[in-house]
Design a protein around this ligand. Structure first.
Ligand code: TXA
Ligand code: MG
Length: 338
């Protein structure tokens, strides 16, 4: 299939692709998504085919405003409206009980559904024009790092989708925060663009799903089915080095051998001369690190490095999301610098 390139101004053509049951690459503020009409099971099935996504991994429904929640969700708690008021439109997904109108194809048969109201103006214009809830996972081939610009998404999806809209590079760079409101206390299933600290300001106590910070054991099930898969992973194995930035950089310098690559903070690039290096931003600019992390992981797939060493920010603020993505890319293979 010929994948049509659309500009940000061609929202009507983009909406038409969704209305007729096609697959559309959509920019959002977090990452690019692979969208389809969320009420059309057949269109949704094509998302799983294009990504090679496991059938048991449910999709998020994207809506234009919080008042669409009632159409698709049941027993909505007051906390959902409080979160929507504070963080929507924006990088936060809520897990709520679903209504029967939501196809099983979207929820993978669960009795809950993930709901998100995105902030990217182009994304919002497309959803409004289509007048549909849009089911959309990240626009990568399953297991690869999420795409944060149109070129990265085309690398995985050119020829497999009907169209893609260029909305520029993503402002957040990591996916939405997923908060499960069907449990008490609410549970953080995936850290993302809205921080745990911000959620706690609205919700009080928030439980953190163990899958956020460690590898799941053989018998364990994370609450978000997607968190159990090896993810975001480049072809070469990754080792995350934890510790103060200068210590971690020195540790990597000492252990680095020929043919190995490095993901590091900008300040330490000169230490690794002669090796493929991807800087992810200044050590104190974690928002920039979030924007760069997926591109850095993706970069190494175009090289023949045998191993990747990565520096990692502290797990505070959006650093929790950045460290989660790096740790997952490493299969939680983490060493301490000291
Ligand atoms: O920022 C984002 O959320 C992006 C953009 C495109 O909106 N989307 C995204 O979708 O990251 P995806 O499919 O790559 O990740 C969705 C995650 C998966 O881990 C999935 O298992 C989980 O959300 N999920 C979806 N519905 C769920 C549900 N009902 N219960 C628990 N987890 C759910
Ligand atoms: Mg994804």
């Amino acid at each position: 299939m010929n994948t049509q390139r659309l500009t940000a101004a061609q929202t009507e053509q983009a909406a038409e692709i969704l209305r007729r049951g096609g697959l559309l690459g959509i920019p959002t503020e977090t990452v690019y998504g692979l969208g389809a009409n969320g009420l059309n099971s057949e269109a949704v099935a094509h998302i799983f085919e294009a990504k090679g996504r496991p059938q048991d991994n449910p999709l998020i429904l994207h809506i234009p405003t919080a008042d669409w929640l009632e159409r698709y969700c049941a027993d909505i708690p007051a906390a959902a409206y409080a979160l929507a008021e504070r963080f929507w439109p924006g990088p936060m997904t809520m897990i709520l009980k679903r209504k029967p109108i939501v196809p099983d194809a979207v929820t993978a048969g669960l009795d809950t559904v993930g709901m998100r109201c995105p902030a990217h103006p182009v994304c919002r214009a497309i959803i409004a024009a289509a007048d549909l809830p849009v089911a959309a996972p990240s626009g990568n081939t399953s297991g690869r790092p999420s795409p944060t610009n149109m070129a990265d998404m085309l690398e995985d999806m050119d020829g497999k989708i009907d169209g893609i809209v260029d909305g520029g590079p993503c402002a957040v760079g990591v996916e939405s925060t997923i908060i499960d409101l069907t449990e008490q206390p609410p549970r953080l299933l995936r850290p993302g663009g809205i921080t745990l600290e911000e959620l706690e300001e609205v919700l009080g106590e928030v439980a953190v799903d163990p899958a956020v910070t460690r590898l799941m054991g053989a018998g364990e099930q994370p609450k978000a089915p997607g968190m159990k898969y090896r993810h975001y992973a480049p072809k070469a194995p990754v080792t995350v080095v934890r510790g103060a930035p200068a210590d971690a950089a020195r540790y990597i310098r000492r252990h680095l051998t020929d043919g190995e690559g490095v993901i590091c903070f900008n300040e330490f690039v000169p230490l690794f001369e002669g090796h493929p290096v991807e800087p992810i931003g200044p050590k104190d600019d974690v928002a920039e690190q979030a924007r760069r992390v997926f591109d850095a992981l993706r970069y190494f797939d175009g090289t023949d490095v045998t191993h990747i060493w990565a520096q990692c920010p502290d797990p505070a603020g959006i650093g929790l999301a950045v460290s989660n993505r790096l740790n997952k890319a490493a299969g939680f293979h983490i060493v301490d610098a000291t």
